[in-house]
Design a protein around this ligand. Structure first.
Ligand code: FES
Length: 185
């Protein structure tokens, strides 16, 4: 789930961000779970909420809103958001396909799977299809090594993938055409 530190986009061209009332209440409830002075522990779930309220990615404006709500320095938010691959720092497609490429998945064919998806979708890892439907990413271990190779899309794990089952997944997602977030049940 972790990744190297990644560059953060600039505020240029990004729209203002504000939490919805329901999301703000959820953020406050999350912070209240922790003792006074320790509410920073709620940062990751709150970043997920911000991301789901910002079309699946964290603009600087969204991260700054998180910092404001939590009473944190902006850099405290940036350093966490830029570390974890589940946080997207640039606009993404309706679906983000996080394909695990760590050793156990690699030994079970993740390189071939990624190459197939790149060809099928007409993008390289890190890119979004022209129709805005799919963003393809290569990520580190997602904790499902026993069912390699696998990918995550929203909260869903798709395991023991083959070329055929990956194709079926793409077709099903395309037909559904509805964003999924990491916080979806
Ligand atoms: S190596 Fe792919 S899920 Fe662990």
């Amino acid at each position: 789930m972790s990744a190297r530190t990644r560059p953060i986009t600039t505020t240029a061209g990004t729209r203002p961000f504000a939490f919805s009332e329901a999301a703000l209440a959820e953020c406050k409830a999350l912070m209240a779970r922790y003792p006074e002075g320790r509410s920073k522990s709620a940062l990751i779930p709150i970043l997920h909420i911000a991301q789901s309220e910002n079309d699946g990615w964290l603009s600087v404006n969204a991260m700054d809103a998180v910092a404001h709500v939590m009473g944190l320095q902006h850099i405290e938010v940036y350093e966490v958001a830029s570390f974890y691959s589940m946080f997207n720092l640039h606009p993404v497609g309706t679906y983000v396909l996080d394909v695990c490429r760590t050793a156990p998945c690699m030994l079970r064919g993740s390189d071939d799977l990624i190459a197939h998806l790149e060809k099928k979708l007409g993008v390289h890892c890190g890119e979004t299809t022209k129709d805005g439907m799919f963003t393809l990413k290569g990520v580190e271990c997602l904790g499902s090594c026993g069912t390699a190779p696998m990918l995550q899309c929203g909260a869903g794990y798709h395991e023991k993938l083959t070329i055929e089952s990956a194709d079926a997944l793409i077709d099903a997602l395309r037909a559904r055409n509805q964003r999924t977030n990491y916080t979806d049940q």
